[in-house]
Design a protein around this ligand. Structure first.
Ligand code: ADP
Length: 168
């Protein structure tokens, strides 16, 4: 598995799957979620609604998969990051779960290349340095990581990009 760092808009990244930092409603929101739904078009939201009708949204730390509509990737994996409130241990585990459960879905769907945004570090206010450490560790520790060819960490803001650059 190759780990790569990119400073980019994740909606423009060409990989098998991009990951969305969604919310439990799966109905779209701000930040990266808003960008993915705006550019991906209605097909993604329609599938999210179907999933919602079937299982009632998505819990924090869990992930669901849809096609990617008009985006250059084939799939969008929607995962719900924890809202930071200072409860370090619980929130850190949930954030690691986001990466792990997204990678599980990737492997189950034959996805070989996957791009992650910096989950929870926007509106959900998870400290960026902690979140980056958790993200990198969760990917490296994933038990089936040999089945994935490439993992991209896509940073949108300079601060995250510098943090990841130092870690990787
Ligand atoms: P959360 O609610 O999980 O915090 P946000 O979307 O608010 O989700 O932020 C998560 C991260 O996504 C932030 O680091 C933000 O800078 C980044 N981000 C926002 N828009 C994009 C985009 N188009 N591509 C990649 N990353 C993005």
């Amino acid at each position: 598995m190759i780990l790569e760092l990119l400073k980019a808009d994740i909606t423009e990244v060409e990989v098998d799957a991009i990951v969305n930092a969604a919310n439990t409603s799966l109905l779209g929101g701000g930040g990266v979620d808003g960008a993915i739904h705006r550019k991906g078009g209605k097909a993604i939201l329609d599938e999210c609604v179907q999933i919602r009708n079937k299982q009632g949204g998505c819990k924090t730390g869990e992930a669901v998969i849809t096609t990617a509509g008009n985006l250059p990737s084939q799939y969008v994996i929607h995962t719900v990051g924890p809202v930071w409130n200072g409860d370090k241990e619980e929130k850190s585990k949930l954030l690691a779960d986001c990466y792990k459960n997204s990678l599980n879905l990737a492997v189950e769907n034959g996805i070989k290349t996957i791009a992650f945004p910096n989950i929870s570090t926007g509106i959900y206010h998870f400290p960026k340095d902690k979140a980056a450490e958790i993200a990198v560790k969760a990917v490296k520790d994933f038990e089936r990581i040999s089945e994935i060819e490439k993992v991209l960490f896509v940073c949108f803001d300079d601060e995250n990009y510098q943090i990841y650059k130092n870690i990787l």
